[in-house]
Design a protein around this ligand. Sequence first.
Ligand SMILES: [Zn+2]
Length: 434
Amino acid sequence: MTNQPARYTCALLALTLAAGSSAAAQGAAPVAATVVVRAARMLDPGSGQVVRNASVVVTGDRITAVNPASLPAGAQVLDLGDVTLMPGFIDLHTHLSGEIGATSFIEPVLETNVDGAYKAVRHGRTTVMAGFTTVRDFGGQITVALGRAVDRGDVTGPRVIPSRNALGITGGHCDVTGFAPGVLELGPKDGVADGPWEVVEAVRYQIKHGAQVIKTCATAGVLSLEGPVGAQQYTYEELKAMVDEAARHGVRVAAHAHGVEGIKAAVRAGVTSIEHGSVLDDEAIALMKQHGTYLVPTAYLRDRINLAVLPPLVRRKAETVLPLAAESNRKAIAAGVKIAFGTDAAVYPHGENAKEFAVYVKLGMTPLAALQSATTVAAEVLGKDDRGAIAVGKLADLIAVPGDPLQDITATERVLWVMQGGKVLKDERPRTRT
Ligand SMILES: [Zn+2]
């Protein structure tokens, strides 16, 4: 998706208004001092071990013990029964502020950030209820504000690692294209920046206003009205200036890249992850392995995207690149490129994020590796060691699924129970008759 245009209306008001109804509806129970979560099975993706009759002790928003010899006296016990307990999932590529539809390409001139904020509240709730307790979101200032609202407890949603506005060239995939001159002309503050110094300015501005990761469009894209889908857009020099400036602030770069030349330039410049990676040759794969670059496949959308609602130019681009992307993903997995979970939610309906797991398994990953991509590996990509595992000191972000996801990966699509920061957000376990 492209950048949201500059809309300087009161997004905060929208979120505040949304918070009232959402908080009332969610009815989350107050966090008890200490809760023991019990489950028939627990899978910690780091070790790959399934522990039977597991107990996880949660105090406040953290895990304070795992399978202790004796349970703390006076703690509330939550026995989840016949489920598999896992750490909350992380989706590294979402756009919570919208969803692709017939009017997507004119929304930039029809809607304000306030509209986007309301949508983000709804999509955020759907996403966390699907078991995704953290997302890395590319959604402009809207999802910077959404992350703050979630942290304050105003709305129910995933923890957000936001990019603010994505950086791209004038007329590129991260610009707003298709309108007459003078309509939505964006600049570095909005993420549209040309040449290393404008890029540096754009990075600084995004970070000043809440970006915790920099997202860039290294190549042309599918869902935008510009030219050949794989064409390189940023030069190596621009990408290097971006990565170096972000690094001075301790911030990493995620590069949207479909074509192989743009992928290589981004990898050589030192980006942390390649998003999509649709056309990979042997040299690109070798470079990614050499630099330790992660691939975020965004694979499920290929089966789910509704091409019928898209303009003909966009549809042609999708039909060209998506089959190539499946083959490139498969080659990268076989070659041992590090795969990190990301879906491009918004291109398909929010909440179906977990369907990405089964596609990874079809493309050659083991179920355990697929689960790691959304937990331990995704946490590595974020540089956050407080999540993605069930261990003492980690955030109490836990989910439960029926059955055993190592035997049937689609169990991840049926999340029954969600805890985030020690608060139970969802409990849809089947009731047993007493
Ligand atoms: Zn995207």
